[in-house]
Design a protein around this ligand. Structure first.
Ligand SMILES: *[C@@H]1O[C@H](CO)[C@@H](O)[C@H](O)[C@H]1NC(C)=O
Ligand SMILES: *[C@@H]1O[C@H](CO)[C@@H](O)[C@H](O)[C@H]1NC(C)=O
Ligand SMILES: *[C@@H]1O[C@H](CO)[C@@H](O)[C@H](O)[C@H]1NC(C)=O
Ligand SMILES: *[C@@H]1O[C@H](CO)[C@@H](O)[C@H](O)[C@H]1NC(C)=O
Length: 570
């Protein structure tokens, strides 16, 4: 009996093994697996957890990434891999999510070339990020894009303290999280041909804070690797960037570590480091900054051969304003960007009332101009904001006004980037995402357990229509044979547009859609593509109004000249 049983297991194992595939890269052999997509059951090959750099642990902790060495035994990459980089757990306050040994790619391809002359496929590299503190993409499957015949890669990079702590003021280790992305892209550039991908056709697609990281890389020489970009809900103008002080952050971190009874930062356990980073800035610091104040973000580096970001913020913006990126850009935002940030208010609207007596605001600008909360000017700015967003007063019924205000703080930097692109004549496709279906996971998670009704889509809600989100696997399977389901139709449309953009630089090239045409935005034509119950072209009127309002606030109070002058008068 026992023998029969083990024979049966052996039989199963050999069945699985026959589906394995091998690819030869510069470092050695990689063994992947054959899979099928969820809707069309199209065959593809998956290579999970392929390292693109040496593990950033031990001596390499807090150091720039080092190229991966050759391996001797074939690399086993045929089983699903759950390797997020180490970060604070979003739900469990004291928890850790992911590992420090995390510089990996998941590679998914619809075909493996048998000889050199075969036509290679366009490549999409996906980088996910949320609020600069959380990022993982192993749950994002390639199915919908693979069905459109592109190669898909998900990339993980260090973030937070492991990606951005500047430990030594005088050496070149800095912005490791950004350098990880560059190293990953270089690995892809060198090796993706072996997987059927065209290294002249690499589109990098990022969401949330990863879009901010990506837009920073676009002004470095490494943009040569990138042939197109998709920026979902983020841009270089993010107000969070360059707010923190890297020396202060490092000292504070070392103090926290010492308080915990540890000596050397380099050997402290991962989770202790993560927990210590929660204490860098107090809530008072954040209110005073009048911007989101997040420790361990990109910093300006010392001059060195390895430095990525050498300019100060003023030079950086000046550079980007004059830099023709020369590549097609697809960029957009969701209608209610800030839903996830307002979870406490959604679940307890009475919290909003506390703003009635003293209104604390943030501004969407990335310079460091700020005003004391007790000052007249602070009150003046407050009144202008209240007049713009809270005309009906502030009460437990103000959630929609608060949402609009805080979502505009995200939209302003994105719209500013769009404006700078069209001024330079770059090819820019702009979208607004307002679709609501079964897969708006960010919104659904934020609202779960509340009976609050909120219209529109949260930041990140488009993701599970473009990539197959593993936790929703069963819901996708339900749609497998139902081609009339609206979510399925929507998934088919949006993923085709993203893939088209990667293949041709145009989301709706001739003959690809019978009656949908997405036109680029230009100085002459204010074209925005709206994803909604019915997808259609619209314009950016509401964003223009928002943009004008905040520009006026900037020009009156926050430009460097005004700020210095007004401060003197205080
Ligand atoms: C910082 O880096 C410099 C230059 O590489 C090196 O000489 C110095 O020893 C480092 N300091 C510490 C504390 O590691
Ligand atoms: C990208 O792919 C498209 C379609 O296959 C092709 O026409 C184009 O030449 C490629 N671009 C580059 C830079 O190779
Ligand atoms: C879908 O249809 C195919 C062929 O008609 C069938 O084999 C399969 O079991 C169906 N799948 C689901 C999830 O209903
Ligand atoms: C297919 O989807 C439509 C629209 O969502 C729904 O009304 C119908 O019941 C579904 N059919 C099946 C067989 O699940």
């Amino acid at each position: 009996m026992v023998q029969n049983y083990s024979f049966f297991i052996l039989f199963l194992v050999s069945e699985v093994l026959t589906l394995n595939v091998k690819v030869n890269v510069k470092q050695g052999i990689i063994i992947g697996n054959e899979e099928v997509t969820v809707f069309d059951e199209k065959k593809y090959y998956a290579f999970y957890g392929v390292p693109y750099a040496q593990a950033p642990i031990g001596k390499l902790r807090f150091k720039d990434p080092r190229p991966i060495k050759k391996w001797i035994k074939p690399l086993e990459a045929s089983t699903e891999y759950h390797g997020a980089c180490a970060q604070a757990h979003i739900v469990h306050k004291q928890g850790q999510y992911g590992f420090e040994n995390c510089l990996h790619l998941n590679i998914y391809t619809p075909f493996l070339p048998k000889h050199r002359k075969e036509k290679l496929k366009a490549v999409i590299v996906w980088i996910h990020g949320y609020a600069f503190t959380s990022s993982f993409s192993h749950i994002h499957g390639p199915d919908f894009l693979i069905e459109n015949d592109v190669v898909v890669i998900t990339l993980t990079h260090r973030l937070g303290v492991f990606g951005f702590l500047k430990l030594n003021e005088t050496d070149s280790n800095a912005n490791m999280g950004l350098k990880d992305i560059v190293m990953g892209l270089k690995w892809i550039y060198k090796n993706i041909g072996q997987f059927g991908g065209d290294n002249n056709n690499i589109t990098v697609m990022a969401s949330g804070s990863a879009s901010t990281f990506l837009s920073l890389l676009l002004i470095t020489k490494h943009r040569n690797i990138i042939s197109k970009v998709i920026l979902q809900s983020g841009s270089i103008y993010s107000a969070s960037l360059f707010q923190g002080d890297s020396v202060f952050e490092k000292n504070k971190l070392e103090n926290e570590i010492k308080k915990g009874g540890f000596k050397r930062l380099k050997s402290v356990q991962t989770n202790h480091v993560i927990q210590a980073t929660r204490k860098i800035y107090s809530s008072n610091d954040i209110v005073n900054a009048q911007r989101p104040l997040i420790p361990f973000l990109p910093t300006i580096e010392r001059e060195s051969a390895r430095a990525l970001i050498k300019m100060n913020i003023k030079q950086l913006y000046k550079t980007i304003e004059n830099m023709d990126l020369k590549i097609p850009i697809l960029i957009g935002f969701t209608s209610q960007e800030s839903i996830t940030e307002l979870i406490p208010f959604i679940h307890n609207p009475y919290y909003i009332k506390s703003f009635e007596t003293f209104f604390r605001f943030m501004v969407p600008f990335s310079n460091d101009c700020k005003y004391r909360r007790s000052s007249e000017i602070y009150k003046k700015i407050s009144d202008k904001i209240k007049n713009q967003y809270f005309r009906r007063g502030i009460s437990e019924h103000s959630i929609n006004d608060l949402l609009k205000f805080s979502s505009d703080l995200h939209k302003y930097p994105i719209y500013k980037f769009i404006k700078s692109r069209i001024n330079l004549g770059n090819k820019v496709y702009v979208y607004k995402f307002n679709y609501v279906g079964k897969f708006n996971i960010a919104k659904a998670t934020s609202l779960s357990g509340s009976n609050m009704k909120i219209k529109g889509s949260a930041q990140g809600d488009e993701i599970c229509y473009i990539l197959k989100c593993d936790p929703q696997w069963e819901s996708y399977v339900h749609l497998r044979n139902n081609s009339s389901d609206r979510d399925r139709i929507f998934i088919k449309q949006i993923s085709k547009m993203w893939a088209n953009f990667a293949k041709t630089g145009d989301p709706t090239p001739l003959h690809s859609f019978s009656n949908t045409k997405w036109l680029p935005m230009s100085l002459k034509e204010d074209n925005v593509f709206l994803f909604d119950k019915i997808n259609k072209m619209t314009n950016s009127k509401p964003e223009k109004r928002m943009y004008t309002f905040w520009n006026e606030i900037y020009n009156t109070f926050y430009s460097t000249n005004k700020c210095n002058k007004l401060k003197d008068e205080l």
